[in-house]
Write a protein that binds this ligand. Structure first.
Ligand SMILES: [Zn+2]
Length: 139
């Protein structure tokens, strides 16, 4: 049976390496094994060359804020975050600009282009612990 919440929290399975690495405090992202292009979200098949194989590589959690928003409205399931909090889309130049969402902590200096470094944290949502990347401004 299709459970949208399970898919939202656990994905469809092709990104399992991403979650396994986060659980070990690392960031791992896929490259297409055929054309060597960074691909994200993890596809089942490369849209460029048609390869079915992905090569996962560890990537340093450093990037710059591509976009951000300060959340002031409570959303069901995310009460543990408190309010307000800042969500950022962070571009990773070392992975061809792949962008990942995460919390920006603290979010006071949120700005497009802000250099950030990430670490893995656990947040509590929908009655379970969920791995997430917390981005912080580079000192
Ligand atoms: Zn490819």
């Amino acid at each position: 049976m299709y459970d949208g919440m399970e898919v939202a929290l656990n994905g469809l399975g092709n990104d399992a390496n991403y979650w396994r690495a986060l659980g070990e405090g690392r960031l791992s992202l896929p490259k297409c094994a055929g054309c060597k292009r960074w691909v994200w979200p993890a596809p089942f098949r490369c849209s460029e060359c048609g390869s079915w194989e992905l090569a996962w590589q560890d990537v340093e959690m450093k990037g710059e804020v591509y976009a951000w928003t300060r959340v002031r409205h409570p959303f069901g399931g995310a009460e543990a975050l408190g309010l307000p909090y800042v969500v950022a889309s962070v571009a990773l130049p070392q992975a061809n600009g792949i962008r990942l969402f995460g919390l920006l902590e603290p979010g006071d200096d949120a700005a497009i282009g802000l250099k950030v470094t990430g670490k893995v944290r656990t947040t509590h949502a929908f009655d379970r612990d969920v791995l997430a990347i917390s981005w912080s401004p580079v000192a």
